[in-house]
Design a binder for this molecule. Structure first.
Ligand code: NAP
Length: 248
């Protein structure tokens, strides 16, 4: 059964990693996919073709999620190109890790702007459209680090915890119009973001995960599929941990 037949979806940061996995799964479920990238033009255009080959409408847009005006322009273009928006996935994110002692102000600000301010930018930009149709699902890609903190990631943890507060507040503001807003807190997912980590540290994490493995992009995409589709019609304001039991 295709769960998102004919739905129009925007995913930020889908040129690789988790965003790409979500785009592929959603296209297999019949969704038309508008997605963004920051600098990976080649992989983004390749993904656009791959998605179209699945028989859906798809388009890659270069857009900086940290920019309020670029986000507003993006949403206008997507409305022109796709004719509507049903689901927004705020997935774009970066890390700039360091101990607080060594963290530069710029590295704190950049992570907050790309990971958290972006969620405000994009949610505000789609809000009017979702309100008019009295239906919509917004999914924010937080992290276990936003729930429990992590040494060396004060900037990242603050951004991901901020997303959770934002998610719950939007759920309260827009619930009466049948617009749902949930967050996903992935654990350790094997992508380019985590490939930068020391293998010894990673091995230690894997051993500490009750399911004894790192997560895949499909694991996160399937959770997004649930939250985007009517299967979760009565779920809002929640944080879904997809972490192999890491936070248990
Ligand atoms: P990734 O492989 O590094 O991919 C990041 C994506 O975000 C890329 O498509 C990148 O585009 C895009 N991006 C970066 N800055 C952007 C900007 N300013 N505007 C628009 N797009 C931008 O990361 P990932 O592992 O897939 O992570 C995806 C999300 O899941 C992030 O929010 C991350 O914090 C969260 N998460 C990941 C893990 C994990 O273990 N991997 C765990 C918890 C949460 P370019 O390719 O053009 O640079």
């Amino acid at each position: 059964m295709k769960l998102l037949e004919g739905k129009n979806v925007i995913i930020t940061g889908a040129s690789r990693g988790i965003g790409k996995g979500i785009a592929e799964t959603f296209a297999e479920h019949g969704a038309n996919v508008a997605f963004t990238y920051s600098s990976s033009e080649g992989p983004a255009l390749q993904l656009e073709e791959e998605l179209k080959a699945k028989g859906v409408n798809a388009k890659a847009y270069k857009s900086n999620a940290a920019s309020f005006t670029e986000s507003a322009d993006l949403v206008s273009k997507v409305l022109e190109d796709f004719g509507g928006i049903d689901v927004l996935i705020n997935n774009a994110g970066i890390t700039k890790d360091n101990l607080l002692m060594r963290m530069a102000e710029e590295d704190f600000d950049t992570v907050i702007e790309i990971n958290l301010k972006s969620v405000f930018n994009m949610t505000k930009a789609v809000q009017r459209t979702l309100l008019k149709q009295r239906k919509g699902s917004i999914i924010n890609m937080s992290s276990v680090v936003g729930v429990k903190g992590n040494a060396g990631q004060t900037n990242y943890a603050a951004s991901k915890a901020g997303m959770i507060g934002f998610t719950k507040s939007v759920a309260l503001e827009l619930g009466s119009r049948n617009i749902r807003c949930n967050a996903i807190a992935p654990g350790f997912i094997e992508t380019e973001m985590t490939a930068k980590l020391d293998e010894k540290v990673v091995q230690g994490w894997r051993e500490g995960i009750p399911l004894k493995r790192g997560g895949t992009t499909e694991d996160i995409a399937n959770a997004c599929l649930f939250l985007a589709s009517d299967l979760s019609a009565y779920v809002t304001g929640q944080v879904l941990n997809v972490d192999g039991g890491m936070l248990t």
